[in-house]
Design a protein around this ligand. Structure first.
Ligand code: CA
Length: 227
């Protein structure tokens, strides 16, 4: 269940928001001051924080700065003043969005959905950067490959071939498909280039570690598959 924290000192508004959000199916917690709110963010895990700027004690911008020292939780600022400086300071401090009071609840709900969607997508993308297969870890961003946390040096083509097979796990790729994807249409070196590179990869990734990663499918090509 998606969990939202409301940090808002106007108790009536906080309760109204709580009811509306619960009605939308969100799980809600609320806090009426910055310090307690910050403690809640640090001690529990929320999917989103609605943060008022004008709070007694620790103000919203200060709360946001401290949240950002250790957390990427999406934050939408609630500001009473339509002052440009608030928005700029807020966004500079790492807010994902802001809304100016008074606001229509529909607008806030739409912004919440948008921010949650964005944070979900960025989480998915982050996970896609790292491909794990048994003892093997491949990072598509840094282009690093590890076996049991040991960094293995691969050439560009070796890396591309490994990534292609990992991204098509359990699907047998023909030598022609591999050639086309890694070497391009106009490559004239013949399909045994694929066999040569699989041999290189085996020598680097399988043999030293006594593990099996690449399977040859006779007459077709290669596959990395779950056992
Ligand atoms: Ca306030």
């Amino acid at each position: 269940m998606t969990k939202i924290l409301i940090i808002e000192d106007e108790e009536k508004l906080a309760r109204f928001l709580e009811l509306e959000l619960m009605h939308e199916g969100y799980e809600v917690e609320k806090s009426f001051d910055g310090r307690t709110g910050l403690e809640l963010v640090m001690s529990s895990s929320f999917d989103l924080v609605l943060l008022d700027i004008m709070l007694p004690g620790l103000n919203g911008i200060e709360v946001l700065r401290r949240i950002r020292q250790s957390s990427d939780v999406p934050v939408i600022l609630l500001t009473a003043r339509d002052a440009v400086v608030d928005k700029v300071t807020g966004l500079d401090s790492g807010a994902d969005d802001y809304i100016t009071k008074p606001f229509a609840i529909e607008e806030l709900l739409a912004r919440i959905r948008a921010v949650l969607r964005k944070s979900e997508t960025s989480n998915e993308n982050h996970h896609k950067d790292i491909i794990v297969f048994g003892a093997l870890t491949l990072n598509t961003k840094s282009r690093e490959v590890y076996i049991n946390e040991k960094l293995i040096y691969l050439t560009k083509k070796e890396f591309d071939l490994l990534q292609l097979l990992l991204e098509n796990k359990n699907i047998v790729l023909s030598r022609e498909t591999i050639l086309e994807r890694i070497w391009g249409y106009d490559f004239s070196g013949g399909t045994n280039a694929v066999d040569v590179y699989i041999r290189y990869l085996r020598a680097k990734l399988e043999e030293p570690f006594g593990i099996k990663i690449f399977h040859t499918v006779r007459g077709v090509g290669y596959v990395i598959k779950d056992e």
